[in-house]
Design a protein. Sequence first.
Length: 696
Amino acid sequence: MDFGEIGTLIGEALGIVQVAVLIFVAWLSHILVKKIALPDVLGYILAGILIGPYALGSLSLGSILPLGLFPSTPQEIISPQLQFLSAIAIIVMLFYAGLETEIDLLLRYAFRGSMIGLGGLVFSFGAGYLTSVLFHPQLPGFHPYHLLFGTIFGATSVGISASILSQKRAMGTPEGVTIISAAVFDDVLGIIILSITTSIAMLFLNPTTEGTNATATSIPVLQLVITSLRALVLWISFTTFGILLSNKFSNSMKKIVKGRTQIAVMSLCFALLLGGVFEALGISMVIGAYIIGLSLSRTDIAYLIQDKLRAVNIFLVPIFFITSGMRIDVISLLSWRIMGIGLLASILAFASKFFGAGIPALGFGFTIRGATRIGLGMTPRGEVALVVAGIGLSLGILSAEFYNVALMVVLFTSIVTPPLLSLSLNSKKQGTKKAKPTGQVLTTIALEDNQIFKTILAKFFSIMEEEGFYISKIRQSGKEIFYLRKDLIFLTLEPKDTELQFHSTKDNIPIFKAALLESITDIAESAHAIKTTISRKTFINTSSEIKDKTKTLLHTFYDESLVCLSLKGTNKKEVMHELIDLIDAHSPFTDKDTFTRDLIERENTMSTGLEHGIAIPHAKSKGCTIPRIAVGIKKEGLDFDSLDEKPSTIIVLIASPIDGMHLEIISKVSSILNNAEKRKKILDATTTQEVYRILL
């Protein structure tokens, strides 16, 4: 077989060969940009420019590929195969963006984040709009060219800023939370603007009035307003319904679709489906994909989907960015006109977002230092800007010339911002006039023995999965980070050597501490060293109180007939038998002996005596089918082998079935009893009704 025959075979499968080359180039560029600490996006775009039809891609490879590996035609810059994969990549990318949107964060900091985000968006959108008007005065004011350029300027790349904040451990600072929440607001509002812009673009491309070309007079302003409102209503309607029905959708998926990978694949299927519906309605398909991702972001399958589709994301997304770079005409980009316009546009884009977000931050308790950090954190443009530019180019709205300008804006802000933001975060001085809580707390638990650490962590994950939590693992900057989620309960866990770092809300931390203590208890018999390397106080002594849904949870398993004001037992075994009998009289155990044996074995493994006169003996057992709580008072106290070596006066026995809400009940009871005033009221109570009301 000669080179001519080889060339014919390769030519017939050129699209497949191109995809293979792109995957290799993406991997190579990822390695190179990491060495110089630049975002992957920049590496992909630069790689696309280098191998594209305007550079090396059009070089002849002899008789094998005489027109080059990436030849262009007057009709097509890139091949149909790459165009198709690029379109799918945009959908996957926006689907992921929706999944990663923190709605709770957005709502918690809605006012502050929205005002700062809105300031940056208005300034930068206006700067982009005026830049387009300045260089295209012949176009009407509502022309999508101007709107698209304003949208490109308004987009914020939360990924670039988040990576810097994460590296500097500033994600939980007031500036970090504000940057992320404002960027989330920017993204959401940017998607809405994009849906409106693409709807207006359809009018200019396919005007309903007589004639073939849209002009300032051929499309009435009223029609533009109606089109904008239609796009806005569709976006809000689908988003609202999606969020309201998301938990039902998630629960149905878990029941109907067997297998976690299949759940992720079917979720992506719905993103593609709604994307097609929006495209048919004259709105960009990426809007539909984003809405599905946003709707599922608060469900317990969100991180499962991200985890299972990670390979798909890694495969497709670089293809979009590389093909974006391949569209750039290097000769045109290096022309004095484009360089001049691009540099001016880049400076305006940077300054408008910096001052637009930074100035409002001064009005929300931030110092000049803090406002500077926020302004810098909002300046990078990235994925969303490229998506908007790509859509504008594919629709024929944005010219190749101004597509290059848009790429210069993305490159400039993505290169300049990281070192400046990193430098501003080097100072340990706070950026607020008064420190503000972020809602997230960091809890660090150190374990001295590495082997015990690994054993406990494995058991912890096993217990959390039994409790219905979904666990996903990602790698960030060479470190493993675990996400655990069940309904609205969420935790981030980062193992470091023999140290565990938990990030969650104060209300949720007791649940995870209880699970970790259970893990230690379960393996204590085979790892005796735990008793000398782990302090139970670390896991139980917490000042946070569970306020929401406490009454709803506890009154289901506990009533006043399960209270004993004067326990007769003289040791902890007798007292536990006394409380077991109290529960059995109220609602008989399915196997009382089995539960009693399980409870005593649990207590013998590690005592449940805490501090401040509290003991919470508990067990998960096949001997009971419903959770029950019994409360006993022993005013003179008895020895329960407590942490502070003092007698226990309030004993709460918790009986749970194997698949019950064991951890949540323990964490809520321990949090309530950590309140000194409530403990005193319980000991002073003269009726069971008083004790019942105090605990609820």
